[in-house]
Design a protein. Structure first.
Ligand code: HC1
Ligand code: SF4
Length: 575
């Protein structure tokens, strides 16, 4: 261990610890901006470019960036000297001198790390007024808006995209004042290999990267008396929406969320989880079909649109191995516009389906032309994120905390515990196994919870005994981890039978559309724990037991994985 003092307090930390981390062990937070260390995601951005974490070290002439300076024995550190504080303030003033002053109208207003820092440091004027850079705003994609004028060159997005996701969309170009983070050849975002996973915007400290805002489209539909507007809510939204209203991370707000959507004016509030159960029935049947016919294994889950775009771009030779199932929210859309429209006698063209998702890639997915064959009736019309829903609730002046718990409408609001666990890494495969095990072995499952697929480990593997046959399963989250598994499959040395892949670290609970975690992984863990609590609270916990899904097959779809199911619930992939 290394012994030192920080602000006259003795500290003992392991060798290699930075001054920043050593200070945190005695509850001193040195401000940071570019720095980001998410151990579980193997993301460590400590390029020390912003210099707001500088501290005084006795015997050193210059101030030291605490995020990248390791402690040494006997070091004497002062974090709060007038010189250090003045230097931090100067750094922030310099950043602000080349930053738009439109904080009041920025979509990151009150959620921006730079703004918070300027406030904490008491920056009251910008001494270095001068030239400001001017770049075009990129609104080319259906999911992400990129405003390089607000970029502070912290490179968090670059580290996230290049090292964690291994997609490599961004790099810093130019020198000094001219430096900016750009796409290769300055291509518009939609022309790059971007998967729209949204992880870059989840870690962007300012408003340089944000989601495409679709709130006004929803208000318009809600206020059009001709439209029959249906909301469907993703599993992960109910364990994070409360954070937008000051509730603890991991608070389960399913009932309040439904009540809020009803007060906003939705004609029906249904659950994407209904379609998650439907997806499991289809996917488990598809797996059995591949097993019976000697089809290609492993089968890969296909509910994450960023992951789908990743394999389409990067592994075009493997397009026949993912399941052909559409994602649950898309399945929901088509069922709402066919089955439910029939049931209610409503013209499907009058129906607007709004998906509330933790994800920005779902915005891009809903706009894919092959999803919703008839252009007049796309499966899903509008996608808003958890953050956008929170904003709508605030705009409407609804006091979220005081709302009563209300129930989803029926029949498309019915779901089992298997559906809710879709929202966290490992959940889709666990849900699939709860059904596939019983169908393949013909025996009831003795142990319903598959602990081996839970937790934040990047790649989780286990062998499940299916009536004498070893069934090899892997779960991975984060596209860099997915790449490792896909390369194994490509090389022909994978023995897996089924693999779950989610693009976002943590799965959907860590989606790019969730309330910002500001680098705190404990928030993601609290959301995951809430997902498993919600599963335990359900009476039914296996997808094939969902009574409303059974009725849907009996009355409308016919056989699982049959002709009608194929036409409506399955898709194909494009190179
Ligand atoms: Fe997900 Fe899914 S679980 S993809 O992570 O399969 O977004 O929550 O809605 O569609 O159900 C997201 C979450 C979500 C779909 C389901
Ligand atoms: Fe990279 Fe994902 Fe951001 Fe696209 S959305 S640039 S893939 S991190």
């Amino acid at each position: 261990a290394v012994e030192l003092t920080i602000n006259d307090i003795p500290v003992s930390v392991p060798e290699g610890t930075t001054i920043l981390d050593a200070a945190r062990t005695i509850n001193i937070d040195i401000p940071t901006l570019c720095y980001l260390n998410l151990h579980e995601m193997k993301l460590n951005n400590h390029i020390a470019s912003c210099r707001v974490c500088v501290v005084e070290v006795e015997g050193r002439r210059t101030l030291a960036p605490s995020c990248s300076t390791p402690v040494t024995p006997g070091m004497v550190v002062k974090t709060d000297t007038p010189r250090a504080i003045k230097a931090r303030r100067t750094m922030v003033e310099l950043l602000l001198s080349d930053h738009p002053k439109s904080c009041l109208t920025c979509s990151k207003n009150l959620d921006c790390d730079l703004q918070a820092l300027a406030s904490d440091l008491g920056v009251r004027n910008i001494t270095y007024e001068g030239e400001e850079s001017r770049f075009a705003i990129d609104k080319s994609s259906k999911a992400i808006v990129r405003d390089p004028n607000k970029c502070i060159r912290c490179r968090r997005c670059e580290t996230m995209c290049n090292e964690v996701q291994t997609v490599g969309v961004y790099s810093a170009v130019g020198r000094g004042f001219e430096t900016v983070v750009k796409t290769a050849f300055d291509l518009p975002q939609h022309k790059t290999s971007c998967t729209f996973c949204g992880q870059c915007l989840a870690v962007c400290p300012t408003g340089a990267l944000t989601e495409l805002d679709q709130v006004d489209k929803v208000w318009k539909a809600l206020n059009d008396p001709e439209r029959f507007v249906i909301a469907e809510t993703a599993p992960a939204v109910r364990v994070a929406l409360g954070e937008g209203f000051g509730l603890e991370p991991g608070a389960i707000v399913t009932g309040k969320m439904v009540a809020a959507l009803k007060r906003l004016g939705f004609d029906r509030v249904f659950d994407t989880e209904f379609a998650a159960d439907l997806t499991i029935v289809e996917e488990a049947t598809e797996l059995m079909d591949r097993l019976k016919k000697g089809g290609r294994l492993p089968i890969l889950t296909s509910c994450c649109p960023a992951w789908v775009k990743f394999f389409e771009h990067q592994f075009p030779d493997l397009l026949d191995i993912p399941s052909t199932c559409k994602s649950p929210h898309e399945m929901f859309g088509v069922i709402a516009k066919k089955y439910y429209a029939d049931l209610m006698g409503i013209d499907p063209q009058r129906i607007t389906v709004v998906s509330v998702m933790p994800c920005v890639a779902k915005k891009y997915e809903a706009a894919r032309p092959e999803l919703g064959r008839d252009p007049k009736t796309p499966d899903v019309d509008i996608v808003i994120t958890t953050r956008e829903l929170a904003r709508m609730i605030r705009e409407a002046g609804i006091h979220f905390g005081a709302l009563p718990d209300e129930d989803f409408d029926q029949p498309l609001g019915e779901s089992t515990g298997a559906a809710v666990i879709f929202g966290t890494t490992g959940g889709v495969i666990e849900a699939a196994l709860r059904t596939a095990y019983e169908w393949i072995t013909g025996r009831p499952l003795a142990r319903i919870e598959f602990e081996e697929f839970r937790g934040m480990e990047g790649i989780k593997e286990a062998v499940i005994d299916m009536a004498g046959r070893d069934f090899r399963v892997a779960v991975t989250h984060g596209l860099g981890n997915a790449r490792k598994i896909l390369e194994k499959i490509q090389a022909g040395d994978s023995e897996y039978d089924a693999i779950e892949i989610m693009a976002c670290p943590g799965g959907c609970i860590g989606g790019g559309g969730q309330p910002y975690h500001h680098g705190n992984m404990e928030i993601l863990k609290a959301r995951a724990a809430a997902i498993y609590r919600e599963d335990r609270n359900k009476t039914l916990r296996k997808s094939h037991e969902n009574p409303a899904v059974r009725t849907l097959y009996e009355k409308y779809l016919g056989e699982p994985y049959g002709e009608k199911a194929h036409m409506l619930l399955h898709t194909h992939y494009i190179e």
